[in-house]
Design a binder for this molecule. Sequence first.
Ligand code: FAD
Length: 483
Amino acid sequence: MNDASPSIVWFRRDLRLADNPALRCAVESGSPVIAIYVLDEAVPGRRPSGAASRWWLHHSLRSLDDRFRRTGMALLLRRGPSVDVLLRLAAETGARTIVCNRHYESYWDDIECKLAEAAERAGVAFKRLPGSLLFDPDRLAAFTGRRYKVFTPFWRACLKSDEPPQPMAPPDHMHGTRNPPRGDDLADWALLPTGVDWTPGLQKAWQPGEPGGRERLAAFLDEALPDYRDGRDYPGREATSRLSPHLHFGEISVRQAWHAVRDRMAWSGGVMDGAGETFLRELGWRDFNMNLLIQFPDMHAVPIRREFDRFPWREDHGALSAWQRGRTGCPIVDAGMRELWETGWMHNRVRMIAASYLVKNLLLPWWKGEAWFWDTLVDADSASNAGNWQWVAGCGADAAPYFRIFNPVLQSRKFDSGGDYLRRWVPEIGGLPDSNIHAPWEAAEAVRAQAGISPGDTYAKPTIDLGLTRTRALAAFKTLRNG
Ligand code: FAD
């Protein structure tokens, strides 16, 4: 290769230097590297990113640019249709190669195929490399002869195939072009909120970017992994990794997370194997949801089980808004929705409870909840968000049966028995004793008065009766079977 001719590395949800197969491929070719992120807001079939994702993206791009600048390079930012922007850049710089990490969402797959064709016509080599999942879905399908819709056989097949490759170290030397092309200013992309700044809670909770992801993984391994299997369902404990936004934006690769945990399992002589295996399996759900999205590209809007098209969902703007704002009067639901609003993240157990409350107790369409999460989660992910919402709603391929309805009060008593999580996020009921905090409406008036609670004034009155709404949900579900 003529080393004056640069290689273009196209970054998307792989905003890291370590274990980045595309970057490694370009660097090893010996050519100068142009690293580019394209803000493509018109990818057919792709929803605009939510507000919390845009906030994260801004900071993650800044962090990646910093990392490149330390090596004397920079991250080029350009805006427009990906194929046009990349080929124009190749023509402008004389690049003979464009390389990226493969993304499996159908809209990215379409663009990658179009880019392959257009690049070939232009005499530019285009390479896409696996690296964003643990198990390449096409290899798995070739290996097993099928694509999976149910998690357990999927995971069994994954574990029978080759283990995910060891992660690669970041390149120890790389160089850019002598006259770097000019790009956009990140601030002009207006990814941050332009009106009221609602992001202080996010700023406090997160450090977007590869160094932040690495720190988070190290802290998890040292502090939380040993308690992961037993503690991961308790929202008041710091027992999960909180790696989800870092994994979503590819600031840490899923293979790095996999091997970091595998190594710890070996070190501990088997003591932590249970915790480690449980964690690896959770990473497996991330792969599984992407496998579902490959098969059901409209998963965020269309139920996988199509009989749910006929489900008699209600319309109730007031109830939806109370749920979104954490003012339903059901403490565990309100705590979760407030945690989400404040930090852009919600504990998995509480996501399940809050989602179940929306679709089963309120009987509101699951896709409205999915859309709210899409806008407010820093880890909002086309595959995992839609896949989990369909799972909770009972309309997914491998879903919790619709008739299994969570009782949010029992869930709260079981997983937050001391009320730590509730007191943190719903402080106005913090004075209630543990026995009443999960269902303040059951407390005697004197107890409520002593805790300074006046329902409907200091804390919302429950808008629904959990028992009656459960019966209503089961009746609604029955209409599907009768239809
Ligand atoms: P950990 O328990 O530490 O798990 C490690 C990693 O495994 C996670 O970071 C994540 O990448 C993966 N993982 C764990 N559980 C799941 C799961 N059920 N599905 C897919 N991947 C999983 N996760 C997202 O990443 N993006 C979403 O948009 C998203 N939306 C959700 C919506 C609902 C209604 C529900 C019930 C779950 C959703 N999840 C989503 C899955 C899960 O809640 C989060 O991945 C998890 O809470 C992230 O916290 P953590 O990193 O501490 O997880």
